[in-house]
Design a protein. Structure first.
Length: 552
């Protein structure tokens, strides 16, 4: 199969825009239907690949399912060279990215998302069709707040998995609930999210990982994921899981479970009733009440204070204090005319004038000795030159520091720690340091919002200087104006989003920028946090990166 490039058109209709991921010889593209003027998802596979028949069969099976929570199959084609499937394009945030940004979900929201997936599986399983590879990456919370499922049956075929995977779907469905509650994946299908911990061959229950998980949800996960006596124990179908979840999500008293601790349930009915959110108080014509939602699920009402608080008490007066302490002064003795003779009328005492006379005599002796030593030193040297004028005391000449210059031989690679896979047009990264402004590395296209669609905190480009340098300047050239970025100079290559690091610079670039920095390191990370608008979304391109510095 010839390698397709962005801009190629399939069947005279579907334009390939951005390569999103690759699975062996299979490729997943964001494309554009030029006939109906809409964005689509396109899976492309070599027709000689052994997975091609599986892909066609899976697409035809999924196309027969009428369920609004599934991204629809729009077109299928199996030609002599390539086989491709065109899907509806979903806009939103996948469950793995949602939890990466927010952390584990409140129990009721996690149960609602899992129940939405369960209802879609019920419809598909009744027609004998399985998703086959259900994981957090394939559950999408769309921009309207609804839940959509990506790659139904098709993704399993691209991984060479057969159609008989309904039991796997049931386990993965419990894994979706477990993941929403804990942020750890416990399903059977592969996922790039952190795996749930195990102990003695069993998946830890959600309540063992996170406090406050309601018992009904904890038991459901444990019964499906840790079947003690084979596959007949616990819920065995998506419908049974749906029934359990719907009963919890639709039961208002379930809020009491969310507020309960891990202690045995011994509260009386009256005590449980107190845990429910209070009714809103009646509002006056000119007042407004504001609901305050606590993390535990409790709802209370905030309203402005009706009476003004009492004024603070006045400060205590500062006590008056005399400027000088009331201590009697000691009368100084009259001035002495000579250290050896007291003035007339004043008696000399043992503790006064005798001590002063002795001190003056000693000081005179020391002064005479110093003068004599100086004269002797001058006579001995003969020249009378000062020691500071001798050549031995001259300071060494200061070395001229090396001048900063453009660092050559640099290399570049993309940096997308939250990508699935963690790549962002990696093959184009060297174009940003090749010295040719006509070539560039670019991000993929994001939708809805300039901050990468709200899907991740940023993506970036890492420039390897090949050695540690004292970096003084970084010159950037962009193909579009309006990119917001943070610049980091690091001793080691980055491995995660630099949210805890202090940037060397932060700015919005209008095509070109010369950034003065004072930092030492081998790697320069250009971390992009907001992208300019283009015709079909938000995207930016870096044409050139030039770094100036001196070896550290």
């Amino acid at each position: 199969m010839a390698r397709h490039r962005p801009g190629d058109v399939l069947a005279g209709r579907y334009r390939l825009d951005d390569l999103m991921s690759e699975t062996g010889q299979g490729r997943f593209w964001r494309g554009y239907d030029t006939v109906l003027a809409r964005t689509v998802a396109i899976h492309v596979l070599d027709s000689r690949d052994e997975r091609a028949p599986l892909l066609l069969a899976a697409a035809r099976s999924a196309a027969q399912i009428v369920e609004t929570r599934l991204l629809k199959i729009l077109d299928v084609e199996g030609g002599p060279d390539i086989t491709y499937v065109v899907n509806e394009w979903g806009k939103g945030t996948s469950l793995d990215h949602l939890l990466a940004a927010e952390g584990p979900l409140p129990p009721r929201r996690a149960a609602w998302i899992a129940d939405e997936v369960a209802q879609a599986l019920v419809v598909a399983h009744e027609r004998g069709v399985a998703h086959g590879r259900l994981n957090p990456e394939n559950v999408l919370v769309d921009t309207g707040g609804g839940v959509r499922i990506i790659g139904f049956a098709v993704e399993a075929a691209l991984y060479g998995l057969g159609p008989d995977r309904i039991p796997v779907d049931v386990t993965d469905l419990a894994g979706i609930l477990h993941f929403g509650l804990t942020g750890r994946w416990a399903g059977r299908s592969e996922s790039g999210t952190p795996a749930a911990p195990h102990e003695h061959g069993r998946v830890l229950r959600p309540r063992q990982i996170r406090a406050g998980v309601p018992r009904v949800l904890d038991d459901l996960c444990d019964e499906v994921l840790n079947r003690p006596h084979g596959r007949h124990a616990g819920p065995n179908t998506a419908r049974e899981i749906h029934d359990r979840l719907a009963a919890y999500v639709g039961d208002p008293s379930g809020l009491a479970d969310e507020l309960a601790s891990d202690e045995p349930a011994t509260a009386a009915i009256g005590e449980v009733t107190k845990a429910l959110p209070p009714a809103a108080p009646p509002l006056a014509d000119t007042e407004a009440g504001t609901p305050v939602f606590e993390d535990s699920g409790e709802v209370r009402w905030f309203s402005p204070r009706k009476t003004k608080p009492a004024p603070a008490p006045p400060p205590e007066p500062i006590p008056e204090r005399p400027l000088f302490a009331d201590v009697p002064r000691r009368t100084r003795p009259p001035a002495v005319v000579s250290p050896f003779e007291a003035p007339s009328g004043v008696e000399e005492d043992e503790t006064g004038h005798h001590w002063l006379r002795t001190a003056v005599v000693a000081a005179a002796v020391v002064a005479l000795m110093a003068v004599g030593l100086t004269v002797w030193q001058l006579l001995r040297d003969g020249s009378g030159e000062r020691a500071t004028d001798s050549p031995s005391s001259s300071a060494p000449a200061t070395e001229t520091p090396p001048e900063a210059s453009v660092i050559t031989g640099t290399t570049a690679t993309d940096f997308d720690p939250l990508g699935r896979p963690p790549r962002e047009n990696r093959d184009l990264a060297p174009d940003a340091v090749d010295g040719d402004p006509a070539t560039a590395w670019r991000t993929v296209t994001y939708y809805n919002r300039p901050d990468l669609g709200g899907l991740k905190p940023g993506v970036g480009l890492v420039v390897d200087l090949q050695a540690s340098y004292d970096v003084s300047q970084v010159e950037l050239t962009f193909a579009q104006a309006g990119t917001t970025l943070s610049l980091f100079v690091l001793p080691d290559p980055p491995v995660s989003a630099p949210t805890e690091l202090e940037p060397a610079a932060q700015l919005t670039v209008e095509r070109t920028a010369t950034i003065s920095v004072t930092a030492t390191g081998r790697y320069v990370l250009i971390w992009l946090t907001s992208l300019p608008a283009v015709a079909d979304g938000f995207r930016t391109s870096i044409s050139e990166v030039v770094v100036t510095g001196v070896p550290a």
